[in-house]
Design a binder for this molecule. Structure first.
Ligand code: ARG
Ligand code: ZN
Length: 875
């Protein structure tokens, strides 16, 4: 049941090619798959062929075209075992299967969404379509013939290039697709339905014309324009930055309503959750625009990092995911703002990966074992995985990184590779030893980096001592010292980095300290004045930084640091410290105070017109209540967290009232709506300012006006969210919610926002309101976006209500998970991870969480997905 990395061995049989005919009918699909196979050299002649299946029905089986007699095979829904196959030479096996896409509520394999046939095969969905060696190291070219009723499905798509198509008897038709690039089965895709299309074209650097198409449900193709633009920018960027060109005649994207994840990089046929394709200013926020751009880029970049070079086994998932996230982050940095991108990624890492790495679901970036691979599409694999790629870049420099990537593509194109292959490419291309660095892939946990400084005035000598440590965690994968690249600068009184006359101690190359031992020091000589130490610039390693820097130095850095990321970071750390103290005060029942010098520094940065608005908005956005809970670390009382955060918001809002009044009106972009990064940043700053201003004044008229007069969804939702969050239960908030519902009733993506907003209201009564919303006619547990918008938001973004002291919030979620699990185990398991920080709660709430989890764990018939999460969480 548990799969282990060390048990990897190649298959006994090699697949040379796959030919499929998929016939779609109302109520069933008939699939015939012909595999060209041969026994691998050295495999015993009597070894059987063992194919994976999942809920399959075998309808026929033939060897080299001859029906195979029953004595040669055994089939059940989850496997097919064939004996007596040729000892040598090539042969074909033709397998008939029948499935029912309409009842496939797991949304893995072939299913129907709003009448559209579509597939999701990663990680192990292909075995729900046909029996196969369903693992990523089995690569073959595919030829796929799709047949369906012409009226029900005028559009018939699969991977690769279109070959031919035409009419068939009985109102049916077919299309033939060929994908010449050998690929693993998880990249197989098929879509059929009555879809609208937006088309465009792209010519690659070497002159290959590519037809681009985005398919949507009827009437929505015009909302794909921004996604189309993002495709073209992604294609160009990958050519320019990584030298990677597209390699087929067509690139198709399909937007689907019911989808378990964000999107899927199937070769030549990316399938998307429609949330990451469909946009217009009236229905989508700036955040949605940025999300579409990122996910489009991410899936496109997989064409090289994932598809051309794939993973040997699922333990290597970060090989494609960490690297591709890193690439999409670089794309966003280039397309928008590098500093704002970095702040966003670090916020995301701390909000999602740190709690995972520090809790019961901890696992290394490259796990060693799993029970259910779907549960390893995690922030650790994706986002910490991306941080490891970034660290390689930091260690090797831009040039060395590029050389390593080029060698990786050259060596492993067309292969299923490992992390060792990846790391070796960088070592061989540059001569750098990355063996100690590789520990990052294998050792779970967030190391702490403690930094102390000592300045000898007379000698002009600065000594930095750095100590790294790692606590053993749930994964129990060791605590050896890492190779940590620490980017730094010594900021002089005028704001420029100072150059020391000499450096000794730990290895320093350029602006990076290479910490390799548990403790090391660096000595900088010949400094004319005491610098402010700007440490861990750009968050050069995923660590918890502990530096008792004087407040004066930190505040100086917040104004002067040439590294803008660190200006944000020092302020955020000070705010974090203040909030943690505030939580303790709130718990004692004493007043929450906030250092006026810190408020002043925040307002100075926010008011600094030489800085980008988006950056200033980031400075103004306090850490979320969950994030504050994580900083507090143990014995967390979410009510105290909420109280401390709210009182801080009121304080900042009051002290900054004048500035915020100006920003919230005059700072907004003028003219027609544009989703560009600068305009988005202005809206973010204006709306954050309005939020704080309202928190301080208690006057809702400006928020109401923002809601009512908005000509775009960003402003509309910002106004609504202030009303609903700050004036919960008021007539004004209720009227606004109703008006919003009536206006967008027919738009599922907007309705998701309506549900999510209400689930997030930090008020104890939200538990009952969420339970009520689950009975709303427009709620639908079977639609993953809707389930996540109500229950995912409630459990992940509303610690106050979710962890209500009487346990009702956790209990509500546990009960829903049980229902959801029967429909869709992947989505139930994902929402269940929101319990991961339960052990950090104060004793009463912790006990309630334990009860809810224990109750859930004891229900019979849980999916492997959900039971894996619940059991690990409880352990
Ligand atoms: N490969 C897809 C992506 O990162 C996600 C697939 C998620 N699969 C899963 N079983 N959860 O773009
Ligand atoms: Zn991905």
């Amino acid at each position: 049941e548990t799969v282990r990395l060390e048990d990897y061995r190649p298959t006994d049989f090699v697949v040379h090619g796959v030919e499929m005919t998929v016939e779609l009918f109302e109520g069933r699909a008939e699939i015939e798959t012909t595999l060209s196979l041969s026994r691998r050299n050295g495999v015993p002649a009597d070894a059987p062929l063992l194919l994976d299946g999942d809920e399959l029905e075998l309808t026929s089986l033939a060897l080299d075209g001859e029906t195979l007699s029953r004595s040669y095979y055994e089939a059940d829904p989850s496997s097919l075992r064939v004996e007596g196959l040729p000892a040598s030479g090539a042969f074909t096996l033709s397998i008939g299967t029948r499935i029912v896409p309409e009842t496939n509520t797991k949304l893995m394999g072939l299913y129907r969404s709003r009448g559209v046939w579509c597939t999701q095969c990663e990680a192990e969905g292909f075995r729900r379509i046909t029996y196969f060696l369903d693992r990523p190291d089995v690569l073959a070219p595919y030829t796929v013939r799709v047949e369906a009723d012409r009226a029900a499905a005028p559009v018939l798509l699969s991977n690769g290039n279109p070959v031919e198509g035409g009419p068939l008897d009985g109102g049916r038709h077919y299309a033939l697709w060929h994908d010449p690039h050998p690929k693993p089965s998880y990249l197989f895709a098929l879509v059929a339905g009555d879809l609208d299309v937006l088309t465009d074209s792209f010519t690659t650097a070497s002159g290959r014309p590519v037809d681009l198409a985005i398919y949507t449900e009827k009437g929505l193709a015009s909302r794909a324009a921004y996604a189309m633009d993002a495709i073209k920018r992604s294609m160009r960027w990958d050519e320019e930055r990584f030298g990677r060109e597209y390699d087929l005649d067509v690139f198709n994207v399909v937007a689907i309503s019911d989808f378990n994840m964000g999107a899927m990089e199937n070769k030549g046929l990316n399938v998307f959750n429609h949330k990451y394709v469909l946009l217009d200013s009236d229905t989508a926020t700036d955040t949605d625009y940025a999300g579409v751009e990122t996910v489009i880029a991410h899936e496109y970049f997989h064409n090289w990092t994932g598809n051309r070079i794939t993973c040997r086994d699922w333990f290597q998932l970060c090989l494609k995911e960490g690297l591709t996230v890193y690439r999409d982050q670089r794309f966003t940095a280039d397309e928008r703002s590098a500093t704002v991108e970095r702040i966003g990624s670090v916020r995301g890492l701390k909000a999602h990966q740190f709690p995972e790495d520090q809790g019961p679901l901890q696992h290394p970036v490259r796990p060693r074992e799993y029970k259910e691979i779907n549960n390893f599409y995690t922030a650790t694999v994706y986002n910490k995985g991306a941080e490891l790629c970034r660290m390689i870049h930091t260690i090797l420099g831009a040039d060395g990184f590029k050389k390593g990537m080029d060698l990786y593509f050259e060596r492993h194109d067309g292969e299923a590779a490992t992390i060792e292959d990846f790391v070796r490419s960088f070592e061989d291309a540059t001569g750098e030893d990355l063996q100690q660095f590789s520990l990052w892939y294998n050792q779970a946990g967030t190391p702490t980096l403690a930094v102390e400084e000592r300045f000898d005035e007379g000698a002009g000598r600065l000594t930095l001592s750095l100590v790294q440590s790692l606590q053993p965690g749930a994964a129990d994968t060791g605590t050896e010292p890492f190779h940590i690249p620490v980017r730094f600068g010594l900021v002089g009184p005028n704001g420029a980095d100072m150059e020391p006359a000499a450096v000794s101690g730990a290895e320093v190359r350029g602006d990076v300290i290479h910490l390799r031992k548990a403790r090391e020091s660096v000595v900088f000589e010949g400094l004319g004045a005491r610098p402010a130490v700007s440490i861990l610039r750009d968050f050069s390693a995923p660590v918890t930084l502990e530096m008792r820097q004087s407040e004066d130095d930190a505040l100086a850095l917040s104004r002067l640091d040439p590294n803008l990321f660190n200006r944000w970071r020092v302020l955020t750390d000070l705010v974090g410290r203040a909030l943690t103290a505030g939580v303790a005060a709130a718990r004692r029942g004493t007043d929450v105070t906030f250092d006026p010098k810190l408020v002043e520094a925040i307002l100075a940065s926010v008011g600094d017109e030489t800085l980008e608005p988006a950056f200033r908005a980031q400075i103004l956005q306090l850490p979320s209540e969950s994030e504050i809970g994580r900083m507090v670390g143990s014995d967390v009382d979410p009510a105290a967290v909420h109280a401390a955060r709210e009182s801080t918001r009121r304080r900042i809002g009051a002290d900054g009232a004048e500035l915020f009044a100006k920003l919230s009106e005059a700072g907004r972009p003028s003219g027609a709506f544009s989703p560009d990064a600068d305009s988005a940043g202005r809206r973010a700053l204006a709306n954050t300012a309005l939020d704080l201003l309202t928190a301080a004044s208690g006057d809702l008229t400006a928020a109401e006006r923002r809601f009512r007069d908005a000509d775009n969804m960003t402003d509309r939702l910002a106004g609504l969210s202030i009303l609903v969050n700050q004036f919960a239960g008021s007539a004004e908030a209720g009227a606004a919610l109703d008006a919003f519902f009536r206006r967008f009733e027919d738009d599922d993506l907007v309705l998701d926002k309506w549900f999510a907003l209400q689930a997030g209201v930090p008020d104890e009564g939200t538990v009952e309101r969420v339970a009520g919303l689950a009975r709303h006619p427009r709620f639908n547990l079977a639609n993953p976006n809707r389930a996540r918008s109500l229950f995912g938001s409630f459990a992940s973004a509303n610690p106050l209500a979710f962890n209500r002291a009487d346990g009702a919030g956790q209990r509500l979620v546990a009960e829903v998970l049980l229902d959801l699990d029967r429909l869709n185990p992947q989505v139930s398991a994902r929402i269940a991870t929101t319990f991961r920080s339960w052990k950090t709660l104060e004793p009463r709430r912790r006990e309630k969480a334990r009860e809810a989890l224990t109750w859930l764990a004891g229900r019979p018939g849980l999916s492997t997905d959900l039971s894996d999460i619940v059991e690990r969480t409880l352990r």
